[in-house]
Every structure is written in structure tokens, then in C-alpha cells.
Write a protein that binds this ligand. Sequence first.
Ligand code: CMP
Length: 139
Amino acid sequence: AIERTLSIIKPDATKRNLTGKINAKFEDAGLRIIAQKRIKLTKEQAGTFYEVHKERPFYDELCGFMASAPVVVQVLEGEGAIAKNREVMGATNPSDAAAGTIRAEFAESVGENSVHGSDAPETAAAEIAYFFSGLELVG
Ligand code: CMP
């Protein structure tokens, strides 16, 4: 099925001017970028976005990192977009990520891992709605 998923290019990647190279990986995999904006999150906004992780030991560090520099939030659309995006990103920890994936090529650590992608249809819908209105999604 044609799906939509929420992607975030994280501060470690925007700081190193990797937005274009990461977008090329998505587009080469057949994902269409149907919405995109560069924003600077507050730590509170990052905290709300990552609320499901609030009991984890890395939550405070994660929220501080996500607010440390601009991010690019985007909606990717395509056949099986949620799984396809996760395949292109590679494993959360770059040392486990397959060759050629975004995290294998660009990520610096498990925390500063260059990209985020929704993990399921329900979370994709909620994460897209957190950053975009329906009018901003131009498929
Ligand atoms: P992401 O897909 O954005 O979802 C939650 C994030 O938490 C994850 O990517 C990692 O960047 C981060 N994370 C996961 N495990 C750790 C960890 N052990 N230390 C720091 N950050 C982590």
C-alpha cells in the first residue's frame, strides 16, 4: 500500500550539511518527499515528540540533542514507505547498520544517528500530525 511516514534529519546531520545527501538516498529508494521544513525545536517540543521514551535513561540527552541545532522534518510517501524508510536508514546503532544505509555512512553514535523514522502506521500518523497540517502535504 502507498504509505506516508515522518522522517527527521537530526542536528548532527544538518550541522554537517548532509540534508541533500540524505534526501538523495530517500529519493533513490523511490520515496517522494511530499513535505519538508527546517525548524529549530525547543527541548520541550522534542520532549513531547519523544514522550514514549520518557522513562528511558537517554531521554534527557536525546531531547537536549534534538534541540541543539536545526532539524529537517519531512513526510516521505511511497509503496511501503514506513518499512522502506527504515531500510534506507539502517539500524539505530550505526555499528549495526548495513553498508550503504544512511546511518552506516553518516551517523556518529547511537544517540547522534542522523535520522529518525516512524516505526508503524499509527505512530507515522501521529508524528506527521505533530509537525504538519494536511494542507502542507503535497503528494
Ligand atoms: P530514533 O529513531 O530517533 O528514536 C529514539 C532515539 O533514541 C533513537 O533514534 C536514538 O537516537 C536514541 N537512542 C536510542 N538508544 C540510545 C542510547 N542508548 N543512548 C542515546 N540515545 C539513544
